[in-house]
Design a protein around this ligand. Structure first.
Ligand SMILES: O=P(O)(O)OC[C@@H](O)[C@@H](O)c1c[nH]c2ccccc12
Length: 277
């Protein structure tokens, strides 16, 4: 079962659903069980580190089947071929949506991507509970997303510290200055990267101005990621020149029958545009 919801309350609905889902999962698969996953014994890869590698594009290629704003984007692309193709095309890292209800993903998608790729993988989900951090580690993720719009600053700090203790990197997502400042004020040490979401998840509007305005306020030691609505090599060039190191791209790739080919085309265009890199 999947849902499409109207914009104004989408975040609140996702979070409410996620809380129920986490309670169910915890009852079904207790933390002790998750701790037995072999992934807990293997080291994680640094997303921030990979984004700084100059020989790579900085693109975080996302596997996203559907979204509340667009409905189905790509129901049938196989995870193996798509994620491996993304990396062969020159992406720096992967992002895999694991939310089922609203994004059509699942934990197994991330584990499949893990089996086929040696690169940092971001688990893209709505973290509201520490259980999800252990779960992320147990399915093979290297990094998790914490969304400032749905968490209190103190929660970001606590979840961020717990994530780091598990060896996961933390990408904090913000979409305006107030969110950025109140959250980083208390959680600076618990975060590895900051992502500016060009899409307002409250009304789905997209504007690069969000990224361009906020980039100067991002602490230099944190990885800087521009998220959502990126389509062209020119978009990436603009945002890179403004100071971003990472470019999270989902729909531009996934709406093609062969998302990995769309990624290869974009990477080639980027190489033509930025030959000196
Ligand atoms: O498909 P796009 O417009 O390229 O966007 C990718 C990514 O930024 C977007 O999927 C996203 C950003 N933050 C999120 C939080 C939850 C779910 C999804 C997201």
């Amino acid at each position: 079962m999947t849902s499409t919801v109207s914009p104004p309350d989408v975040l609140a609905r996702i979070v409410a659903h996620k809380q129920l889902e986490v309670a169910e999962r915890r009852a079904l698969v207790p933390p002790k069980k998750l701790e037995q996953s072999p992934y807990l014994a293997s080291p994680t890869l640094s997303l921030a580190g990979y984004l700084r590698r100059p020989e790579l594009s900085g693109i975080i290629a996302e596997f996203k089947r559907r979204s509340p704003s667009k409905g189905w984007i790509n129901e049938f692309a196989p995870v193996e071929r798509t994620t491996l193709g993304y990396m062969q095309a020159g992406a720096s890292a992967l992002s895999v949506l694991t939310d089922t209800e609203f994004f059509g993903g699942k934990n197994e998608d991330l584990t499949t991507a893990r089996r086929f790729n040696l690169c940092p993988i971001l688990r893209k989900d709505f973290v509201v509970d520490e259980y999800q951090l252990l779960e992320a580690r147990s399915i093979g993720a290297d990094a998790v997303l914490l969304i400032a719009a749905v968490l209190e600053p103190q929660q970001v700090r606590r979840l961020g510290e717990q994530a780091k203790a598990l060896g996961l990197e933390v990408l904090l997502e913000v979409h305006d200055r107030a969110e950025l400042e109140r959250t980083l004020d208390v959680s600076l040490d618990a975060v590895d990267l900051v992502g500016v979401n060009n899409r307002d998840l409250r009304d789905f509007s997209v504007s690069f101005d969000r990224s361009l305005e906020l980039v100067e306020l991002l602490p230099a030691h944190l990885g800087r990621v521009a998220e959502s609505g990126l389509r062209t090599a020119q978009d990436i060039q603009l945002l890179r020149r403004a100071g971003f190191e990472g470019f999270l791209i989902g729909e531009t790739f996934m709406r093609h029958g062969r998302p990995e080919k769309a990624c290869a085309t974009l990477v080639q265009q980027l190489r033509d545009l930025e030959p000196a890199r």
